[in-house]
Design a binder for this molecule. Sequence first.
Ligand code: BGC
Length: 746
Amino acid sequence: MHASLVATAVALALCAAAQPLLAADAQPWTDKAKSAAQRTELLLKAMTLDEKLLLVFGYASGDQLAQVDSAVIPGVNTKEVIATVIPGSAGYIPGIEHLGLPAQHQADASIGVRNPNLERTSLPSSLATAASWDPRVAEAGGKMIGREARLSGFNVMLAGGVNLAREPQNGRNFEYTGEDPLLAADMAAGLIRGVQANHIISTIKHYLINAQETGRNIVSAQIGESALRMSDALAFELAIEKSSPGSVMCSYNRINDVYACQNAFWQNKVLKGDWGYPGYVMSDWGAVHSTVLAATAGLDQQSGFPFDKAPYFAKPLKEAVEDGSVPRSRIDDMARRILWAMFDKGVMDHPLKPGPIDFAAHAQVSQAAAEQSLVLLKNEAGLLPLGAPKRVALIGSYADKAVLAGGGSASVTPIGGTAVTGLGPGGWLTQVWQPSSPMKALQRLRPQTAFTFDAGTNVESAGKAAAAADMAIVFVHQWTAESLDASLTLEGNQDAIVSAVAKANPNTVVVVESGGAILMPWEKDVKGILAAFYPGAAGGEAIARILTGEVNPSGRLPITFPASTDQLVRRQIGGKSDGPLFTVRYTEGAAVGYKWFDLHGHKPLYAFGHGLSYTSFELGGLKAEQAQKAGGQVTVKFTVKNAGKRDGASVGQVYVRAPQSAQWEAPRRLVGFDKLALKPGQTGTGAVTVDPRLLATFDESTGNWVIAPGTYEVQLGAGSDDIRATAQLVLAGRRFTSAQLRHKAR
Ligand code: BGC
């Protein structure tokens, strides 16, 4: 659509939302002195059943909606919806003008505002940002995309992907925050806090254990309750506590045979019961399968109709209320949760005002995130940072003009459009290449060096280009996308290209642009490797600044890079997207990622937490203690000294190894981390307070977390494979529930 048409549509869409509220006494819920919960009750009382029902049914924009019978929901016709929705947006729920209730305009999300018609700033992939091991980086990114969302007319961001990278071949790992529940939670929570700081709602998604894309609508993830509580569910539990997202998005898959969006156990019992979640559950687009079952099992809002087979939460829900199969109190509960989120996050009090966006400033935010996040995996003989070589051959992956982005609903339309066109399956899965050239940035930073570029498609020509230079930098890429799973082997002849280049030039560095882990058959043959993930709108600049040492790399891997697929729990992804219903048994339980590798003694290619710097750090002074009083907090302190000659940042990683008697899923767990930026010679102190759930196992027969008494080993590492100090910690036994922890925290 033409940009000016889009702008008009956005303006029209927002008029309805921005109606001034009437006098406070006529509309007592407008009184800002009252709490979100009080205001919610007041507004709820003023609403009719039809108005409440209006809130629980969401539309997608787009052509499909035009085909839909206009009477899917009483009081709304789809033509009006089509006229009001922002073209190309993910979803929309109409407002109610006379109540001052704004429309909900939904957009994806985690790395930027996605809309095929709107060019917006993209952060690095969420997995890349997780590699910063610094929630402040994620929060700054969230603030930026939340600001762009408001200025674009969106007040509900479908952000906060926190599914564990349990399956390394999951094509959506780039949208998530790694394989460890604590790290994943902290990083997703940072993003959500940032988004919601703009008085808009963020989701957290996809609840729960949507660990592969193949057959995501039919697969059943089979896993025991305690294993799930200690892994994927724990990531949600911690992230929700740390960021209070307005909404939780339930996922496509089935969990132990029951569809996630109609799973009473995980929605009603765990999320809303045990965790006391006050917000609303919205469905993923096309993840609803019923009316009565879904409504009574805890789904509060059907999203993105007509992605689902039927308008389950429209007319059929009203009929179910009328015939008593869904109680009225449940409709109140659904509406209450949505209204609470709208009040609590500021959607009600801060009408949207579209306006100009400072893209230059936002590119800086994206670049800063990438510079904190890219991980230097290997650097032999001090080849990096780049000195002043006469001639450098850049090879492959459009490094002369662009960096890669992940595909699907998380892909953001770049400012200026994609730099490489015509790649990928097409449609919503068209490959996006951010127009940020590593080559141009390198040329700016090293004007004396001659940089040549070879496309990296022909082995012979790549070898020749490398042989003619003092140094070669090969860019390889793995494109991954929603709805598809990934191969860890690079596509095409990229491995052969790297091997040929390494043969032709002993000074070879590889820059990897990938969704997650890849296999590196050439790893021993090259001197340097930089994991750039999908580095975002200014990724080319960030890569160049790290290669040249303008920026000292400080990212650490949020996932394990396996040495071969033999080390994985599943060598291949199971099931088919178009086949019959199938199950995937997650036999590893909570032993996800490095925990699985530890358990089986596998030596990975690059370990969780690994990452190099151009300076060196001394880690020590480890002290772990438990406060004396019953249920006392465990705190860990340590020191880090920058023992080298450059400014740099180190991530102190604290792991705990349990005694056998504790029966953990694996020998040890990450229990905390602290990133410290230090000048040469400077010593800093890191501090970590350990969440007791990270020291416990979950006992599903009683619903308790249980800490086994005994002697534990606390490890301080610069990576999970680089432990620098250990200390003993004697723990008293303890049992507690999630609810008790929550009440204590208040
Ligand atoms: C994705 C969600 C996304 C939604 C709306 C779905 O296909 O799984 O993550 O928020 O589409 O675009």
